[in-house]
Design a protein around this ligand. Structure first.
Ligand SMILES: [Zn+2]
Ligand SMILES: [Zn+2]
Ligand SMILES: [Zn+2]
Length: 161
């Protein structure tokens, strides 16, 4: 499991590497799937990856407008849908915001650790959790096919304050 970026979310690190890796992976994945990573979609991805705090569609919209891109809401939502569809970003339901996927192109369920203080998010990708949920659901005759788990708490840095 490559969690080079996911594990780093709460640690001190050079975030430029995260952005660079994310853009590189995005062009590879889009290339493989014939998805068109237009300049605007790429910029939206960059904005989502600005840091490890999920960003809302409205903030992205504002930023794009400031940069002279077509900042019409449907354009931004289409770009976000494209990135979601290709597994490059995730939507954090409880924050109504988006975060960059730390291991795009890999099959994984969404398990997110969300710091209540600084709002940074790290992806936890533990197959044991997924299996446990599938098994418990199966006991009720339920066939689980999609899981998103959002876990609140304090990141190491916020615990120190
Ligand atoms: Zn980073
Ligand atoms: Zn992910
Ligand atoms: Zn925190």
């Amino acid at each position: 499991m490559s969690n080079s970026t996911s594990g780093q979310a709460f640690a001190k690190h050079d975030h430029r590497h995260c952005i660079k890796a994310a853009l590189k992976q995005a062009s590879r994945i889009c290339g493989e799937r014939n998805g068109r990573l237009t300049a605007q979609r790429k910029r939206v991805l960059e904005l989502v990856w600005k840091n490890h705090k999920p960003v809302g569609a409205y903030a992205i919209l504002e930023q794009l407008r400031a940069e002279g891109f077509n900042g019409a809401p449907p354009t931004v939502y289409r770009a976000l849908d494209f990135l979601l569809e290709h597994g490059l970003i995730h939507r954090i339901e409880s924050l109504n915001a988006y975060t960059g996927c730390a291991h795009p192109g890999e099959q994984h369920t969404g398990q997110f650790l969300i710091c209540s203080q600084c709002q940074r998010v790290a992806e936890l990708d533990d197959p044991k959790v997924k299996t446990a949920i599938c098994n418990s659901a199966a006991l009720l005759g339920f066939e689980a096919d999609h899981q998103v788990i959002e876990i609140r708490g304090l990141c190491p840095q916020c615990q120190d304050h």
